[in-house]
Design a binder for this molecule. Structure first.
Ligand code: PMP
Length: 386
């Protein structure tokens, strides 16, 4: 018996009962071991020291409302990316930008398109507007742009392209995206989600390939919004700050939908400082690329298939025992992400940590693999959304 069901909007009803929803990661833990968290693609080195100092200074302003326009940060981002100020919008994490785009462009009867096994928040943001999310099949762990094009019709308003993709870590190369942009019709906005931009750019440099021409599409007047975040390489996931680079008119509509003061002054100050800390960024991406290699080799030696990554996590096929192994890892003090909810019950996603964290993970994997008793002891890991 529900007290509120009859009062709900159709979109809220269609999202289903909250009682059956996947719970977010709990931050209350009864475990005694300190947990090595390799489940949410956070920066294993934490925030930049310069960002921490900016946070300390900004605490004196806690009594004041923040600059709702995020002017200083927007100016800094505009000059860094060489786009006009009006083409930058700062939001409470890039997920808020996703929601605002959905609220501005979607409604019942319309839909967005993405790939299967992509970022789970797309579905939540789309369904909250009463619209539908349609998922194209992948081609061996890669987003299939032709399959996405085939799903576009007059009711399509948004295409979400995570590049690199979460959770598979695969990348869409610049030439493939060029062709895609030339074929998408004008009534569809392409959201190029580059949450892992800095990691991918670093891999691309090492591997001598072209990663992304996203801002060139914007400068040429394409209907594109490029998403970036301070949650990943900058290590500020807890402060909630991200941004979109897109056509000024569209961002203007999104701004009207935004909850006032949703990006705190502390977050703005930290983001400004983090942008300048090139040493922290360089250390983070170099560790990530080196450790991606070490972790990939370690997992392959244990007999598991690993998909080459362009981000700060690995997608790994553990076979039928994936969920059980993830639960045993957690009991051993390492949290990874089992991917049944993404339609990949045999796979996990493991964030690339420091050398020490990765060694702990690999040695726990080895022990679990060697343990015959391991099949008996199944407990449930805590799923999250990040
Ligand atoms: N896009 C992708 C593909 C992600 O994986 C994530 C974080 N897990 C985000 C966006 C959201 O990041 P945030 O809201 O913290 O900026």
């Amino acid at each position: 018996m529900s007290q509120f069901y009859d009062l709900l909007s159709k979109a809220a009803r269609d999202m289903g009962s909250p009682l059956s929803a996947v719970p977010a990661r709990t931050h209350v833990t009864t475990e005694e071991l300190p947990l090595i968290r390799l489940d949410s693609n956070e920066n294993p080195f934490g925030p930049s020291p310069q960002a921490l100092e900016a946070v300390r200074l900004s605490l004196q302003e806690l009594h004041a409302y923040p600059d709702d326009d995020c002017s200083r940060l927007r100016q800094r981002l505009a000059s860094r990316h060489n786009v006009p100020f009006e083409q930058v919008m700062v939001t409470a994490g890039s997920t808020q930008m996703l929601s605002l785009l959905c609220q501005s462009l979607l409604a019942e009867g319309l839909h967005a398109v993405t790939s299967e096994r992509s970022f789970v928040v797309y579905g939540m943001a789309v369904r909250a507007t009463g619209a539908q999310l349609i998922e194209a099949p992948m081609q061996s762990d890669h987003i299939d742009l032709t399959a996405i094009l085939d799903l576009i019709n007059e009711h399509t308003r948004i295409i979400f392209l995570p590049n690199p993709n979460n959770p598979t870590g695969t990348m869409l190369d610049a030439d493939g995206l060029d062709r895609f942009f030339s074929e998408v019709p004008g009534h569809v906005v392409i959201v190029l989600d580059e949450a892992y931009y800095e990691y991918a750019a670093h891999f691309a440099e090492r591997r001598k390939v072209k990663y992304s021409r996203s801002l060139e599409y914007l400068r040429q007047g394409a209907s594109v919004v490029v998403l970036r975040t301070f949650s990943k390489v900058h290590g500020l996931a807890g402060l909630r700050v991200g941004y979109g680079l897109g056509p000024a008119e569209l961002l203007g509509y999104c701004t009207r939908m935004k909850t006032t003061f949703s990006v705190s002054g502390v977050a703005q100050a930290a983001a400004l400082a983090a942008l300048e800390d090139e040493e922290h960024i360089a250390r983070t991406v170099a560790n990530n690329a080196d450790q991606a290699g070490a972790l990939g080799v370690g997992l392959s030696e244990l007999g598991y298939r690993v998909v080459p990554t362009w981000a700060n996590f690995l997608y790994c096929d553990l076979g039928e025992r994936a969920a059980e192994i993830a639960a045993q890892l957690r009991a051993a003090g390492v949290s990874v992400r089992p991917l049944a909810a993404w339609g990949a019950p045999n796979c996990i996603r493991v964030s690339i940590g420091t050398a020490d964290q990765n060694e702990s993970f690999l040695s726990a994997m080895e022990k679990i693999g060697n343990s015959t008793a391991s099949r008996m002891n199944i407990c449930q890991a805590n799923p999250r959304q990040a």
